[in-house]
Design a protein around this ligand. Structure first.
Ligand code: PDD
Length: 289
């Protein structure tokens, strides 16, 4: 059965969903997006995702008034999977002519689809193998705080990582770490957690903000500051975070093991807190039914 997607007010099979070639998302990457996990139908950090979506829409000047929560629950209901992620994309819309200028009355194209996912960190944390990575020059534009679809630099970073035989690319701009190709970054040194400051070179991750809360509530020091790339060599632990992956340990960077080359104790501690948060989210949902 082909999955059912949402396109401009309609629910239809993915095989029938089509966007005109003159859509500005296709021609210019003139579009923003979100990826939102739903566990048992409950949106993970849903309010934060919706706030960031509005931030991206405002930043590029796309005006829309849609009931996102209703749209998401309708989409989840017509597709299989206890846990699903929703990909939502809003482009500026279609114009008759290819031109950087656009008409103010242009109608945005809204597309959403969902696909089954696993609970992030749902299994035995002792079985998590860890991620291998390389550092890659951050070639993205100057507004990475907007979750925009123009991801060519991210695609090339992951391509380079795969060509070098690893899974993840850690991005470096002028000697400082920004984030991963589709995730945020944490570095542990002597029991303290460090993470790059959020600015126009980084995306304010919804998982990152949850982790900051969990880490600080646990009485562990977490410092937001610029992180020079050399610090990776001495790091006790390195983690990445995103909505679909939760928080994962990086065990090798540029061919060198991170400390012992296995997931570190502070990661295990924080990943356990993360798991508990997820479980609590599911339990609260069950009891409120
Ligand atoms: N990516 N940084 C970048 C560049 C990202 O693309 C993402 C998310 C994050 C983490 O944000 P969050 O914790 O809110 O998922 C950081 C999504 C998952 C994606 O593009 O698939």
């Amino acid at each position: 059965m082909p999955s059912i997607v949402y396109l401009n007010g309609e629910f239809l099979p993915i095989t029938q969903a089509q966007v005109p070639v003159m859509d500005r998302g296709f021609l210019f990457g003139d579009a923003v997006y979100e990826v939102i996990p739903f566990f048992n139908g409950v949106g993970f950090r849903l309010e934060q995702h919706l706030q960031r979506l509005q931030y991206s829409l405002d930043a590029v000047g796309i005006t829309l008034d849609l009931d996102w929560k209703t749209l998401f629950s309708q989409l989840l209901n017509v597709n299989p999977g206890t846990h699903q992620a929703v990909y939502l994309q809003v482009s500026r819309g279609v114009m008759p002519k290819r031109s950087l200028r656009y008409d103010e009355d242009i109608v945005p194209t809204v597309f959403a689809y969902s696909y089954p996912i696993q609970l992030a960190l749902g299994g035995d944390l002792a079985q998590v193998a860890g991620v291998t990575a390389v550092t890659v020059n951050d070639q993205r534009w100057g507004r990475c705080d907007i979750k925009a679809t123009g991801l060519l630099a991210n695609v090339l970073a992951i391509r380079e990582a795969h060509q070098r035989g690893v899974q993840e690319a850690l991005l470096v701009r002028q000697g400082y770490l920004t984030e991963g190709a589709s995730c945020n970054l944490f570095v542990v040194e002597q029991g303290r957690v460090y993470t790059p400051l959020m600015d126009s070179h980084t995306l304010a991750g919804t998982t990152r903000s949850l982790l900051l809360e969990l880490i600080r509530d646990a009485g562990i020091e977490c410092i937001e500051q610029p992180i020079a790339v050399e610090r990776l060599q001495q790091a006790d632990e390195i983690w990445i975070s995103s909505s679909t992956r939760g928080v994962l340990p990086v065990v090798q960077v540029n061919g060198e093991a991170v400390a012992t080359g296995t997931p570190g104790p502070l990661w295990l501690n924080v990943a356990t807190l993360f798991q508990q948060f997820e479980q609590q989210m599911l339990t609260e949902h069950e009891t409120s039914r």
